[in-house]
Write a protein that binds this ligand. Sequence first.
Ligand SMILES: Cc1cc2nc3c(=O)[nH]c(=O)nc-3n(C[C@H](O)[C@H](O)[C@H](O)COP(=O)(O)OP(=O)(O)OC[C@H]3O[C@@H](n4cnc5c(N)ncnc54)[C@H](O)[C@@H]3O)c2cc1C
Length: 450
Amino acid sequence: MAQHVVILGNGIAGITAARHIRKRCAETRITVVSGETDHFFSRTALMYIYMGHMKYEHTKPYEDSFWAKNRIELRRGWVAKVDTAGKALVFDDGSTLAYDSLVLATGSASNKFGWPGQDLPGVQGLYSYQDLESMEANTKGIQRGVVIGGGLIGIETAEMLHSRDIPVTFLVREPSWMSNVFPAEESELINREIRQNGIDLRLGAELDRIEAGPDGRAAAVVTKDGETIPCGFVALTVGVHPNIGFLKESEIETDRGILVDDHLRTNIPDVYAAGDCVQLRQAAPGRRPVEAVWYTGRAMGQTLARTLTGEPTPYLQGRWFNSAKFFDLEWQIYGEAPATLPDGVATLCWQHAEKPLLIRINYRESDQVVTGFQVMGVRYRHDACHRWLEDGRTLRYVLENLGAANFDPEFYREYESEVVALYNSKFPEAPVQLKRRRGLTGWIRSLRAS
Ligand SMILES: Cc1cc2nc3c(=O)[nH]c(=O)nc-3n(C[C@H](O)[C@H](O)[C@H](O)COP(=O)(O)OP(=O)(O)OC[C@H]3O[C@@H](n4cnc5c(N)ncnc54)[C@H](O)[C@@H]3O)c2cc1C
């Protein structure tokens, strides 16, 4: 009989595993379970539903008919526990689902740190589709929203409220937005972007408690400095943690997340894990054992599909990559661009004198090999940056060829010559010459010039 792979979680990790198992094997019976929604949707697009740019239907990358067509069974329901001895999921209504192999891909849950008032009506995190529905209800007719916690989800939540003309106070504990992750230049650039959008950004501000009004709903936030900020809605966006509460009584070993080896295997035979809920027993040098990002979930899902279809494959934490948009500011990172430079690593950081544009290239001082790129307000080509990092290219080589990284020179202004000029001003003894690209842009320019 065909083996039955049950995947708990219909996010990017679980769905990628399901799709790739089906691509590689026609026989395997696949069931995907989720309590959140019937179908896979793009979690990163949740904000656009609230902002009115998309409808929920648009966030589903596949037609609803895709799953039956590909014989991927879907089951909606919340799993209360995993019976590893009996090889079955146990749902909160007591029903069970047997598996031969199980993939746990249960994502993250929003953090709470025990603040007084954190469970009042009108206070919530933003992670799930249900959170989006609550936010819709909780923000009706409010005079002000307060966002607590300066991470990626925090800034998105501030932008969501702002898009509906709801005044926002944004409390960030750090002295500058995400200054624990971003170098000072990037962090300050984002502070300015947030403020220019009319957000009341409070840096170095900590939550003490949330107070209720006469109706029992959140009515004000009180900071550690004793300031009271009246509001009708409080978003707690103080990070996420692996969603593993339902595993408490199981034999599956957990720490911060579900502990897995290099093949994404848990300590229990035939039980694997992928995505945000995973904690790698052994992370790659310079990488974290829990990486709650979209691209990690996708890569893990793909890797696991190989293992589950007879080709045991280790999961390799590839080059770090991430991207997002902070209001109008696009951001991308390739490789390493930490808040503080490690010993032996130097940086070339160009910023536009007036506009919110930044291009950073980090490199090893010993041999000038490039270790990372960070760009803001400019979009660079993934393939170019990735290839240069993989090939161990030097700063000199990268600068000479920097034009190849420009995402779309037809639409994006080019700043490569300014980055090269910055380098040449620092190292005048061996100036770099930017190689001019031939192609449509060059051709149009030469036509214009003639
Ligand atoms: C607002 C927002 C914006 C984001 N923006 C970015 C971004 O710009 N870039 C980026 O890289 N990442 C971003 N992320 C993070 C990214 O969305 C996650 O890393 C990714 O979705 C995790 O995928 P996953 O498959 O591991 O888990 P999830 O997408 O969380 O899926 C887990 C699924 O498992 C189900 N489940 C869990 N427990 C149970 C249970 N007991 N019973 C039944 N079902 C269960 C859940 O309901 C859920 O459907 C963002 C996240 C949010 C919330």
